[in-house]
Design a protein around this ligand. Structure first.
Ligand code: GRF
Length: 197
Protein backbone atom coordinates (compact mmCIF):
# COMPACT_ATOMS: atom_id res chain seq x y z
CA UNK A 1 0.00 0.00 0.00
CA UNK A 2 1.33 3.47 -0.88
CA UNK A 3 2.59 5.38 2.12
CA UNK A 4 1.10 8.72 3.14
CA UNK A 5 3.52 11.46 2.06
CA UNK A 6 4.30 13.87 4.89
CA UNK A 7 5.82 17.34 5.05
CA UNK A 8 6.76 18.34 8.61
CA UNK A 9 6.97 22.03 9.54
CA UNK A 10 9.02 23.00 12.60
CA UNK A 11 10.47 26.01 14.39
CA UNK A 12 12.41 24.66 17.36
CA UNK A 13 13.87 21.51 18.89
CA UNK A 14 11.81 19.20 16.67
CA UNK A 15 11.17 16.54 19.31
CA UNK A 16 7.75 15.86 17.75
CA UNK A 17 9.49 15.59 14.37
CA UNK A 18 11.84 13.05 15.97
CA UNK A 19 8.86 11.03 17.19
CA UNK A 20 7.55 10.93 13.61
CA UNK A 21 11.00 10.06 12.23
CA UNK A 22 11.24 7.18 14.72
CA UNK A 23 7.75 5.93 13.85
CA UNK A 24 8.61 5.96 10.13
CA UNK A 25 11.58 3.66 10.79
CA UNK A 26 9.08 0.81 11.10
CA UNK A 27 8.69 -0.49 7.53
CA UNK A 28 5.01 -1.26 8.26
CA UNK A 29 4.25 2.32 9.35
CA UNK A 30 1.91 3.73 6.66
CA UNK A 31 3.61 7.12 6.21
CA UNK A 32 6.95 8.62 5.19
CA UNK A 33 8.47 12.08 5.68
CA UNK A 34 9.48 13.57 2.31
CA UNK A 35 10.67 16.95 3.58
CA UNK A 36 11.08 19.13 6.63
CA UNK A 37 10.75 22.92 6.56
CA UNK A 38 11.74 25.25 9.41
CA UNK A 39 10.96 28.96 9.58
CA UNK A 40 14.01 29.35 11.83
CA UNK A 41 17.58 28.69 10.57
CA UNK A 42 18.70 27.72 14.11
CA UNK A 43 16.08 25.00 14.64
CA UNK A 44 17.67 21.84 16.04
CA UNK A 45 14.97 19.93 14.22
CA UNK A 46 16.90 20.61 10.98
CA UNK A 47 19.78 18.56 12.41
CA UNK A 48 17.37 15.76 13.26
CA UNK A 49 16.09 15.74 9.66
CA UNK A 50 19.60 15.74 8.19
CA UNK A 51 20.65 12.85 10.48
CA UNK A 52 17.63 10.92 9.20
CA UNK A 53 18.51 11.70 5.57
CA UNK A 54 15.36 13.78 5.06
CA UNK A 55 15.52 16.87 2.78
CA UNK A 56 15.46 19.87 5.12
CA UNK A 57 14.81 23.49 4.18
CA UNK A 58 14.71 26.88 5.88
CA UNK A 59 12.00 29.30 4.79
CA UNK A 60 12.74 32.14 7.19
CA UNK A 61 9.66 34.31 7.73
CA UNK A 62 11.98 37.24 8.47
CA UNK A 63 13.18 37.14 4.84
CA UNK A 64 9.70 38.02 3.54
CA UNK A 65 7.72 41.25 3.53
CA UNK A 66 4.53 39.69 4.86
CA UNK A 67 2.64 36.49 5.61
CA UNK A 68 1.54 36.18 1.97
CA UNK A 69 5.07 36.25 0.57
CA UNK A 70 6.29 33.86 3.29
CA UNK A 71 3.50 31.39 2.52
CA UNK A 72 4.14 31.63 -1.22
CA UNK A 73 7.72 30.56 -0.48
CA UNK A 74 6.43 27.72 1.75
CA UNK A 75 4.13 26.54 -1.04
CA UNK A 76 6.98 26.66 -3.56
CA UNK A 77 9.14 24.40 -1.37
CA UNK A 78 6.25 22.04 -0.65
CA UNK A 79 5.47 21.76 -4.38
CA UNK A 80 8.89 20.16 -4.97
CA UNK A 81 7.78 16.93 -3.27
CA UNK A 82 4.73 14.68 -3.08
CA UNK A 83 2.79 15.86 0.00
CA UNK A 84 -0.51 14.33 1.20
CA UNK A 85 -0.38 15.75 4.73
CA UNK A 86 1.36 18.73 6.33
CA UNK A 87 2.31 18.07 9.98
CA UNK A 88 2.90 21.20 12.09
CA UNK A 89 5.25 20.05 14.85
CA UNK A 90 6.27 22.86 17.15
CA UNK A 91 5.73 25.26 14.23
CA UNK A 92 5.31 28.74 15.68
CA UNK A 93 3.74 30.68 12.81
CA UNK A 94 0.02 31.24 12.34
CA UNK A 95 -0.99 30.24 8.79
CA UNK A 96 -3.50 32.38 6.89
CA UNK A 97 -6.88 31.12 5.74
CA UNK A 98 -5.60 31.38 2.14
CA UNK A 99 -2.83 28.89 2.86
CA UNK A 100 -5.00 26.56 4.93
CA UNK A 101 -7.78 26.56 2.33
CA UNK A 102 -5.28 25.32 -0.28
CA UNK A 103 -4.78 22.19 1.93
CA UNK A 104 -8.32 21.26 3.03
CA UNK A 105 -8.18 18.61 5.81
CA UNK A 106 -4.52 18.12 4.98
CA UNK A 107 -2.85 20.09 7.76
CA UNK A 108 -2.61 18.82 11.34
CA UNK A 109 -1.03 20.29 14.45
CA UNK A 110 -0.04 19.32 17.95
CA UNK A 111 -1.34 21.52 20.75
CA UNK A 112 0.02 21.03 24.29
CA UNK A 113 -3.35 21.08 26.09
CA UNK A 114 -6.68 19.23 26.12
CA UNK A 115 -8.56 21.18 23.42
CA UNK A 116 -10.95 22.91 23.33
CA UNK A 117 -9.62 23.99 26.75
CA UNK A 118 -6.62 26.30 26.75
CA UNK A 119 -6.55 26.84 23.00
CA UNK A 120 -6.88 29.80 20.67
CA UNK A 121 -5.03 33.04 20.00
CA UNK A 122 -2.01 33.52 22.21
CA UNK A 123 -2.26 30.01 23.64
CA UNK A 124 1.06 28.54 22.52
CA UNK A 125 4.18 27.15 24.15
CA UNK A 126 4.60 27.97 27.82
CA UNK A 127 1.66 30.39 27.85
CA UNK A 128 -0.58 27.32 27.66
CA UNK A 129 0.98 25.63 30.69
CA UNK A 130 1.02 28.86 32.71
CA UNK A 131 -2.72 29.31 32.01
CA UNK A 132 -3.38 25.72 33.11
CA UNK A 133 -1.45 26.24 36.35
CA UNK A 134 -3.19 29.56 37.00
CA UNK A 135 -6.59 27.90 36.54
CA UNK A 136 -5.89 25.24 39.20
CA UNK A 137 -7.05 22.63 36.68
CA UNK A 138 -6.32 19.08 37.85
CA UNK A 139 -5.75 17.75 34.34
CA UNK A 140 -4.10 18.96 31.17
CA UNK A 141 -3.18 17.07 28.05
CA UNK A 142 -2.07 17.00 24.43
CA UNK A 143 -4.19 17.21 21.29
CA UNK A 144 -3.54 16.42 17.65
CA UNK A 145 -6.08 18.29 15.54
CA UNK A 146 -6.87 19.34 11.99
CA UNK A 147 -5.89 22.92 11.23
CA UNK A 148 -8.64 25.32 10.13
CA UNK A 149 -8.40 29.13 9.91
CA UNK A 150 -9.81 29.51 13.45
CA UNK A 151 -6.79 28.85 15.68
CA UNK A 152 -6.92 25.48 17.52
CA UNK A 153 -10.58 24.89 16.61
CA UNK A 154 -10.18 22.11 14.05
CA UNK A 155 -11.50 18.60 14.69
CA UNK A 156 -9.46 16.73 17.30
CA UNK A 157 -8.00 13.51 15.89
CA UNK A 158 -6.34 12.13 19.01
CA UNK A 159 -6.01 13.43 22.55
CA UNK A 160 -4.38 12.27 25.79
CA UNK A 161 -4.70 13.69 29.31
CA UNK A 162 -2.02 14.18 31.95
CA UNK A 163 -2.43 15.06 35.64
CA UNK A 164 -1.42 18.50 36.92
CA UNK A 165 0.56 17.96 40.14
CA UNK A 166 0.52 20.40 43.09
CA UNK A 167 4.20 21.27 42.76
CA UNK A 168 4.15 21.53 38.95
CA UNK A 169 6.00 24.33 37.24
CA UNK A 170 5.55 25.34 33.59
CA UNK A 171 8.62 23.24 32.84
CA UNK A 172 7.50 20.06 34.62
CA UNK A 173 4.00 20.24 33.16
CA UNK A 174 5.35 20.97 29.66
CA UNK A 175 7.64 17.94 29.88
CA UNK A 176 4.78 15.65 30.96
CA UNK A 177 2.58 16.94 28.11
CA UNK A 178 5.39 16.67 25.56
CA UNK A 179 5.87 13.01 26.46
CA UNK A 180 2.26 12.37 25.44
CA UNK A 181 2.58 14.43 22.25
CA UNK A 182 5.38 12.13 21.15
CA UNK A 183 3.07 9.13 21.59
CA UNK A 184 -0.14 10.46 20.05
CA UNK A 185 1.33 12.35 17.07
CA UNK A 186 2.54 9.20 15.24
CA UNK A 187 -0.71 7.46 16.23
CA UNK A 188 -2.78 10.30 14.76
CA UNK A 189 -0.81 10.17 11.49
CA UNK A 190 -1.37 6.40 11.35
CA UNK A 191 -5.12 6.96 11.85
CA UNK A 192 -5.18 9.39 8.92
CA UNK A 193 -3.11 7.06 6.71
CA UNK A 194 -5.51 4.22 7.53
CA UNK A 195 -8.51 6.51 7.01
CA UNK A 196 -9.69 6.04 10.59
CA UNK A 197 -10.35 9.70 11.41
C1 GRF B 1 5.48 21.24 21.80
O1 GRF B 1 4.86 21.21 23.09
C2 GRF B 1 4.47 21.75 20.80
O2 GRF B 1 3.12 21.43 21.16
C3 GRF B 1 4.66 23.21 20.87
O3 GRF B 1 6.08 23.35 20.90
C4 GRF B 1 6.58 22.31 21.78
C5 GRF B 1 7.93 21.83 21.32
O4 GRF B 1 7.78 21.12 20.12
N1 GRF B 1 4.07 23.90 19.76
P1 GRF B 1 9.05 20.40 19.38
O5 GRF B 1 9.94 19.81 20.45
O6 GRF B 1 9.77 21.48 18.60
O7 GRF B 1 8.40 19.33 18.53
Amino acid sequence: MAKLNLAVLISGSGSNLQALIDACKDPDYPAQINLVISNRPDSYGLERAKKAGIPAFVVDHKDYAGRGAFETALQATLSEYPVDLICLAGFMRILTADFINQWPNKIINTHPAKLPDFGGEGMYGEHVHQAVLDSNAEMSGASIHYVIPEVDQGKVIKQETVPVLPDDTVETLAARVLEQEHIIYPEAVRMIAEKRT
